[in-house]
Design a protein around this ligand. Structure first.
Ligand code: ADP
Ligand code: MG
Length: 699
């Protein structure tokens, strides 16, 4: 220690107080978000090496990281190649080669026949049997059996300019501080620790940074040791509490209490050509109850593709309108905005409700008019993309915001939404509808700030889509099939996908495919739809497809979300092996919406890797979105399922939503205990784990 204050709080003690930490090291630590000694202690090893014992050379296997000791029996300098020095090391049990690439002349001199060496490195299979490439080594004086290290050696995630040796030195000091009277508060109260049989914070930290001899490295690598679990638990708890704090903050706000719509609801339901499903009714009931309260609703509606979320949104909107308020409906794409505009106009205009759309394609003069209608309250339902919230659009009396087909909608965006449309201190109610079901475990951690409803039933009469996985070699057969189907009056989608991020390449691919297909199927009316087309043209194409004037729609993944053309019953998806399951499910959800049996053909480029085969098999075997989402989560992890942007929102340091999902029930229970009994500890916990907690509001 450079200075020795009498009372040391490690959560505010700068790392610069540690020996060996100057400006440069401090900057490098800061790159990893490490400022205080507390941060350092929570920087955990990502793997461990066992240098606690010397292995017999006869026992080592490829892939092992081990310490060995033996005598140099041969040294050579191979001609050609990168190898500078090739040595043979032997003990009583076996022999191994050591291969060095970079050595200076002094080092070469030291590596002579007859010298005893102790080496540490990874064992590999080489040209002459087992070998170690560039091991760490030092001369060993005599044959020895004493342990060389007392603990497993931790390996830390690092950045340029910070060696493992530096990390170990810093950790040693940090752990020493932890042992002294310094303060690193154990925020978890002892009843919780006892109940879960977790060690104290200090015990856990000592353990993970210095696991004693004999600890199973496998257990540590799987992050299953109690000490690791305890720390992960703390982090998950911090996140849950931060989301709950946001929710609690929001719920003390005021909102307009919207009493249940009587007239409009009845009229609307009478005009619908179908009955609501039990699941739809249940969810609408939950929403109505929220809307009656004088605090803002924050509800997530989860429902599989085609479960009928739009009607649920419509009924919520009616409650706002009957009360003399406005409702905004946000959709992620212009295409969907347009579709919603038509749907809501069709549904609401007969009821005397004014629906307006704010999209890029409306002309400037008309736009002014629409904006005026929104400001005066003449426009009752406003439909647009999220852009309408960013621009300074003035609402007259906005009481409800519906966010449709969006689950990649992070904490930050939700916070932004809250601030919009505040009317005389009244916050708008919020209804968020997912594009894809979210596995329960993920929903629990990502959406702890929302109440959740699930539409767990499809409208009756739906026939599950039959899915086949087909090699690209068999395109001819597919063309025949499309031809037959379209001649019989059916409609089809052909979805072009590319792995390239480039939007342009995707559009080009779609253009080419449309040309090839037009040449091959001259009797069919084929249209093209992609993201680079003008909004007006997109809408035109979509319209004629909807009207049945187009047989085959060749498109990019712009149709992924929400598009509803019940008559389309055949879908071909190219390069299906490259897409995530959730995305395939979304795409496939564009067919199977009517009463005819639909087919989905997943094209792949052979040969198909085993992993890809498994994934496509999931698509073939089930149409249950919740099951598919769970598989996707297991196969690809939460980052892919939710979109990396959003997982960035909760950027976990040591926890892993998949691996640690077994902790969720305990985390949930503990969060409730904290809120009731230890509210004063919550800010400490959040500060410890959420480095940048500003985006969570004033928590
Ligand atoms: P999603 O949940 O994917 O957004 P939509 O709201 O687009 O689903 O509904 C899919 C289709 O099912 C639409 O054509 C819609 O009119 C229809 N639909 C919705 N609810 C019912 C119902 N209860 N019975 C029959 N059809 C329904
Ligand atoms: Mg929808």
């Amino acid at each position: 220690m450079k200075s020795q204050p009498s009372f040391i709080d490690l959560s505010s003690l700068s790392c610069q107080h540690l020996r060996g930490v100057g400006q440069r090291i401090a900057e490098r630590l800061a790159r990893l978000g490490i400022q205080h000694v507390q941060d350092l202690l929570f920087h955990l090893p990502f793997r461990y090496q066992d240098r606690t014992r010397v292995h017999c050379i006869g026992d080592i296997m490829p892939g092992n990281h081990v310490v060995i000791e033996g005598e140099m029996v041969a040294v050579s300098t191979p001609k050609g190649g990168r190898t500078k020095l090739l040595c043979r090391l032997e003990d009583r049990t076996g022999r191994v080669h050591l291969r060095f690439f970079y050595l200076n002349s002094l080092q070469i001199k030291a590596l002579q026949v007859g010298v005893r060496l102790r080496c540490f490195g990874e064992v590999r299979r080489g040209m002459y049997g087992l070998e170690m490439i560039h091991p760490e080594y030092r001369p060993a004086e005599q044959e020895t059996v004493v342990a060389i290290e007392q603990n497993l050696t931790p390996i830390y995630p690092t950045t340029e300019g910070l060696s493992q040796i530096t990390w170990r030195k810093l950790m040693t000091q940090a752990l020493q501080l932890l042992d002294k009277d310094s303060l690193l508060q154990d925020i978890l109260p002892s009843p919780i620790l006892k109940k879960l049989r977790f060690p104290t914070l200090s015990e856990a930290l000592h353990f993970v940074h210095r696991p004693p001899v004999g600890t199973s490295i496998d257990l540590l690598l799987e992050r299953q040791h109690h000490s690791q679990k305890r720390l992960v638990f703390e982090e998950l708890l911090a996140h849950r509490l931060s989301l709950l704090s946001v929710k609690n903050l929001f719920q003390v706000q005021q909102a307009i209490s919207l009493s249940r719509s009587q007239v409009l609801e009845r009229k609307f339901l009478e005009s619908l050509p179908f009955q609501l499903t039990t699941a739809q009714k249940k969810v609408i009931e939950e929403i109505h109850q929220d809307l009656c309260l004088a605090r803002p609703m924050l509800r997530l509606v989860q429902g599989d593709v085609g479960s009928g979320k739009t009607v649920v949104a419509a009924l919520s909107v009616l409650q706002a309108i009957e009360h003399g308020c406005q409702a905004a409906i946000l959709a992620p794409t212009e295409l969907l905005v347009e579709q919603h505009y038509h749907t809501f106009q069709r549904w609401f205009e007969p009821l005397g409700i004014k629906v307006v759309v704010l999209s890029r394609q409306i002309k400037a003069t008309l736009r002014q008019e629409v904006l005026l209608d929104i400001a005066t309250g003449k426009a009752q339902v406003i439909i647009g993309t999220h852009a309408i919230l960013q621009k300074n659009i003035e609402f007259s009396k906005l009481a409800l915001i519906v966010v449709d087909e969006q689950h990649r909608f992070g904490v930050q965006q939700r916070a932004l939404l809250r601030e919009k449309g505040i009317y005389k201190n009244n916050y708008p109610h919020q209804l968020i509808m997912t594009a894809t079901p979210i596995p329960r475990t993920l929903a629990m951690s990502m959406y702890a700030d929302l109440d959740c409803s699930v539409i767990d039933e499809l409208p009756p009469g739906r026939i599950p889509v039959l899915t086949r996985v087909i090699s690209n070699d068999r395109r001819d057969e597919i063309l025949t099939r499309i031809h037959e189907a379209c001649i019989l009056g059916r409609q089809a989608y052909w979805v072009c996908t590319l792995i390239e991020e480039s939007d342009m390449l995707q559009c080009q691919a779609a253009e080419n495919t449309a040309m090839v297909l037009s040449a091959a199927l001259p009797e069919l009316k084929i249209a093209l739809l992609h993201g680079r087309m003008k909004a007006v043209d997109k809408v035109k194409v979509m319209h004629s497809f909807k009207e049945g004037d187009v047989h085959l729609l060749v498109s990019t993944t712009v149709i992924e979300v929400g598009v509803d053309v019940p008559r389309a019953s055949l879908m071909v998806i190219e390069n299906a092996e490259r897409l995530g399951l959730a995305q395939l499910h979304q795409l496939r959800g564009r067919v199977g919406r009517g009463a005819i049996e639909s087919h989905c053909l997943l094209l792949y480029q052979p040969p198909l890797a085993r992993f890809a085969k498994e994934r496509l098999a999931v698509m073939r075997e089930t149409t249950d979105g919740f099951k598919i989402a769970q598989c996707d989560l297991e196969l690809r992890g939460p980052g892919e399922v939710l979109g990396t942007k959003q997982t960035g929102d909760i950027s976990l340091r040591i926890a892993d939503l998949m691996r640690d999902s077994d902790l969720f029930p305990a985390v949930q229970a503990a969060a409730n205990i904290f809120l009731k009994e230890y509210p004063e500890r919550i800010p400490l916990l959040i500060k410890r784990w959420l480095r940048d907690n500003t985006r969570y509001g004033q928590v």
